[in-house]
Design a protein around this ligand. Structure first.
Ligand SMILES: [Fe+2]
Ligand SMILES: [Fe+2]
Length: 228
């Protein structure tokens, strides 16, 4: 007989069982895909802003680009990755040990993400201070980060989620769904989730069309950092 969700941390079980008694299950897979879509939208926005610099000489708004970097740094690190590691990868390792190497690689990428963000931040800081001569390195750093993160999400959606659907038990899913809905640990609670949703909406409000609702950017003069 299969064990019953023994992978769930003891400290979380009481809160979780109360939640399971009173709330309808929330679909973790849907939440993961939605969180990926939010991240993908911000990554797309970063590429768009870089293209605006390259093709039209439009310098990015510091507020917009800074908020984008903060979002792709803080949201996965504080909410998305810990939930995946603890509540999706962990039970999948137990139910399907053959997934170990894949999950090891994806977990290592979670930990490497912070370092990659620092590289991106540094490239952006050098570009804002150094202008044109730093643009290529900055654009390459954005491309590297976007490609890395898109590939990471692709593997989760095309490899991990199908394995989870196949091997996790209904009991496992009850726990995973509750955890992703933010009812298991305060760390993953609704307050944090709401803060990141607000940040996402702020990016949308600030970013120029067509990626956001902010005022259309106007090409700036030669003193502004731009790609020649
Ligand atoms: Fe991940
Ligand atoms: Fe993910």
């Amino acid at each position: 007989m299969r064990e019953k969700a023994a992978w769930i941390p003891m400290a979380s079980r009481r809160i979780l069982s109360r939640h399971l008694l009173r709330k309808a299950p929330v679909n973790a897979i849907q939440i993961i895909r939605e969180e990926h879509r939010g991240l993908a939208a911000v990554l797309h926005g970063m590429l768009y802003l870089v293209r605006q610099i390259r093709e039209r000489g439009i310098a990015p708004d510091n507020d917009v680009f800074g908020a984008m970097i903060y979002y792709v740094d803080a949201f996965p690190e504080r909410l998305h990755h810990p939930k995946e590691d603890l509540y999706l990868f962990r039970p999948l390792r137990l139910r399907h040990p053959e997934a170990g190497p894949l999950l090891d690689r994806l977990e290592a990428e979670h930990h490497a993400g912070a370092e990659r963000i620092r590289t991106l931040e540094q490239a952006y800081a050098r570009y804002t201070q150094g202008g044109d001569r730093e643009f290529d390195a900055f654009a390459a750093a954005v491309n590297d980060y976007v490609n890395f993160y898109r590939e990471h999400m692709r593997q989760e959606e095309t490899e991990v989620l199908p394995l989870a659907e196949r091997y996790l038990t209904p009991d496992d899913w009850a726990v995973v769904d509750a955890a992703f809905a933010g009812h298991t640990m305060p760390l993953f609670g609704a307050e944090q989730d709401a803060q990141f949703k607000e940040l996402f909406h702020r990016i949308v409000r600030l970013a120029p069309p067509p990626i956001g609702l902010g005022s259309a950017a106007v090409p700036k003069g030669p003193a502004t950092p731009s790609k020649s």
